[in-house]
Design a protein around this ligand. Structure first.
Ligand code: SF4
Ligand code: NI
Ligand code: NI
Length: 709
């Protein structure tokens, strides 16, 4: 048998199954029955991405199967094999969508099945920063549980997002391994067709971030090949169906690495035989050209970004530190180089061994830094990273910041020998590693002595925090001489540019003006560049000749004009990883905002994924704009259209999150008290009529404003 025979045979087999499944479903439910995946604006995302057609009913699904058939040509050419691979993948999507009929939830713990659009948007920033350097798709059962688990852990330790299909899922479960999106190991499903759920992520990334036109299959495949760093590890035995799926993966640019030696055909860089499973990791990274940043830190447990989302429950915890109950603090403090001994770590007070099991303790750590290029403005930027650094320790959990942080150390980490001083090691190594351009010397002092913690918190840290807050309050767009660009997301959205100002942070919510300034200082040729603001065109709109020139250059000519304060006229573009999306609501002359976490309906008749799909990929779409959560309370939010008084609806949780700051802004700008009480949410209205009635009753100011369209 040739490779062609195997691919075509596998494809035919899956096609037959799919046809049978669709006919069966039509017989059972009738052809008008609706079919859809939950929480996506892209219908059947793979079929939509490849053909540009949205499938909504079983009847259309059957028609779509006819289209799939046309891809299944049988010439013995490489392209025919690839297209049959794609056809196999589409059939898998059809089989999978049938499982979701009538709102069924076909997957149960630990399997995920279909992944929501919001999950993909969340992956945007970590993928562009290289925090997630790649995506592994592991298919089938490893030769032994140990080898399977070792492979998964090897990727996890590198921060690679791992998806599992088939027998490997039971293997990691048998070993008691913790899985889930929060630790970057996602079991998709046990049937081979579940592999489509990761393909669906890759193809939606192209639609969400890449502005690829649905139906433009050529551009789509080029996008995944160039920009989605995925690869497949398939364990033997490979049947023809898996071989056909593999052809589909290769068509998208994802190399397949297998330990199968029987009846397999090697394709350089694409279909690679590696008999030694312990070498799968190295072979895969080489084939996909993935580079791993190595941070070697001398601690007795693992340190990797994959552990960032790990949660430690009370019963698994050795000790905790809790700034909301006892005095705690975390602080970066700039010192003179002569005051610092590099890499010195001091613990003042008891070590973990001296603390009672399950006890709540004080902790305060001061990271002293010195460097010729260090500026006090960078202190909060570095400090904010402590959360990520400490969270990356396996078995250690961190939330909060400043004097309100909370840390838990697990029993397992304690038993492995983890000590307080290791927190110092992690902070030292991470700060030196990431901020080497500004930090020449670094020393860490960790206090666990309660009296010392009280002193550090009240006499050292709080006065510094207060001073910083004063500085932030005076940081306005008018008070600074320059803005910054950020083009990190161009890795996925080639023409997207964020213009970051003191009062408008990046739409991902992760890049403030101070962050951008520090990023520029750390890497002068990097993603954040200075934008001068010497030639204003219109202060109301926030348009500048300098800004226009910068975005023209940075978008390679795709953008000509961008305003900072308008959602209607030349609004800023969106890449796709925005925290929130706002869109105009014509009946109230206002705007509706939804955040990524919100799963319900909005009065626009659209969910977050549907609103989000209206913009992205670096194009301008007047009327819709992606933005960060903190931008909502900014005095510059839609300033050109009247500002925050246009906000008529937000999900309750988001409203509560922004309430204090938003109310303060409303009071400052318009003298309105408790403005958030006038804003609708899902408990008040999910349709425009009810919303307008509510706004009328509350006397919401938007009703009196000019229409935006
Ligand atoms: Fe991406 Fe903009 Fe955030 Fe930069 S600021 S990471 S370009 S969303
Ligand atoms: Ni106190
Ligand atoms: Ni982005």
């Amino acid at each position: 048998m040739t490779l062609f025979d195997r691919v075509f045979g596998g494809n035919d087999a899956v096609y037959g199954l799919t046809e049978g499944a669709i006919d069966g479903a039509i017989a059972q439910y009738g052809e008008d029955k609706a079919v859809s995946f939950p929480n996506t604006a892209y219908s059947l995302p793979c079929y939509y991405a490849v053909t540009g057609t949205k499938v909504t009913t079983l009847k259309e699904l059957k028609e779509a199967l006819g289209v799939v058939k046309t891809l299944m040509t049988r010439e013995k050419r490489l392209n025919d094999a690839f297209m049959s691979g794609v056809a196999t993948a589409l059939c898998a999507e059809f089989i999978e969508v049938l499982k979701y009929i009538d709102g069924a939830t076909p997957y149960e713990e630990p399997c995920y099945g279909h992944l929501a659009d919001a999950v993909i948007r969340e992956l945007g920033v970590p993928l562009v920063t290289g925090d997630i350097p790649g995506v592994a798709v592991i298919l089938g059962a490893a030769p032994s549980v140990e080898e399977g688990v070792a492979l998964v852990k090897s990727y996890q330790a590198q921060g690679i997002l791992v998806t599992l299909v088939g027998g490997i899922i039971d293997q990691v479960a048998e070993a008691g391994m913790n899985t889930g999106a929060n630790v970057r190991v996602i079991p998709l499903g046990k049937d081979v067709t579940a592999v489509i759920h990761v393909v669906s992520v890759a193809l939606r990334a192209a639609l969400i971030f890449g502005n690829v036109t649905p139906g433009d299959a050529g551009t789509l495949m080029k996008y995944t090949m160039d920009r989605v760093p995925a690869f497949v590890n398939a364990f033997k035995p490979l049947d023809d169906v898996i071989v056909a799926c593999g052809a589909g993966a290769i068509a998208l640019g994802f190399p397949v690495i297998t330990n199968e030696t029987e009846n397999i055909f090697r394709v350089p860089k694409s279909l690679i035989v590696q008999e030694d499973v312990s070498k799968f990791n190295a072979t895969s990274l080489e084939a996909r050209d993935i580079k791993i940043k190595i941070t070697n830190i001398d601690i007795p447990v693992a340190f990797a970004s994959a552990f960032e989302g790990e949660i430690i429950r009370r019963k698994d915890m050795q000790v905790e530190f809790d700034g909301s109950r006892v005095d705690c603090a975390e602080l970066v403090h700039t010192c003179d180089a002569s005051e610092i001994e590099d890499h010195k770590i001091t613990v003042v007070g008891p070590e973990v061994d001296d603390m009672e099991l399950g006890s709540k303790n004080s902790i305060a750590y001061v990271v002293k830094v010195a460097g010729k290029n260090m500026q006090p403005d960078f202190e909060p930027v570095i400090e904010r990273k402590f959360h990520n650094y400490i969270n990356c320790i396996e078995g250690v959990y961190h939330t909060g910041q400043r004097d309100m942080q909370r840390i838990r150390i697990s029993k397992t980490a304690f038993e492995a020998g983890f000590k307080i001083k290791h927190i110092g090691e992690v902070l030292y190594a991470s700060v030196k590693n990431e901020f080497d351009a500004v930090v020449d010397k670094c020393e860490v002092v960790i206090y666990t002595d309660p009296a010392e913690c009280t002193r550090v918190r009240h006499e050292v840290a709080i006065p510094i925090f207060d001073k910083r807050d004063e500085r932030l309050d005076t940081l306005t767009d008018e008070s600074v001489d320059v803005y910054y660009s950020c083009i990190l997301c161009q890795a996925f959205s080639p023409s997207h540019v964020c213009v970051v100002t003191p009062e408008r942070l990046g739409l991902c919510g992760a890049v403030s003006w101070l962050d951008a300034k520090a990023t520029h200082q750390l890497d002068p040729n990097g993603p954040c560049q200075v934008i001068t603001k010497e030639r204003p065109i219109n202060e109301e709109l926030g348009s500048y000749e300098d800004v226009d020139e910068a975005v023209q250059k940075l978008s390679q000519g795709a953008l000509e004009h961008v305003t900072l304060y308008s959602i209607m006229q030349d609004p800023m573009t969106s890449c796709g990883c925005f925290e929130c999306i706002c869109g105009i609501e014509p009946f109230s002359n206002g705007v509706v905002i939804a955040n990524r976490e919100y799963a319900g309906m909005t009065p626009l008749g659209m969910t977050f994924p549907e609103m989000a799909s209206m913009t992205g990929g670096g194009v301008q779409t007047p009327g819709f704009m992606g933005h960060g959560k903190h931008f909502i309370s900014s005095k510059k939010f839609m300033k050109a259209e009247g500002g925050i008084e246009r906000i008529v609806w937000m999900p309750k949780e988001l409203k509560e999150f922004v309430a204090d700051r938003l109310n303060k802004t409303a009071k400052d700008l318009y003298g309105i008290d408790n403005f958030t009480d006038m804003i609708g949410d899902e408990t008040i209205a999910e349709d425009p009529e009810t919303l307008v009635a509510f706004l009328t009753e509350k006397g919401h100011p938007a009703l009196g404003l000019d229409p935006m369209m």
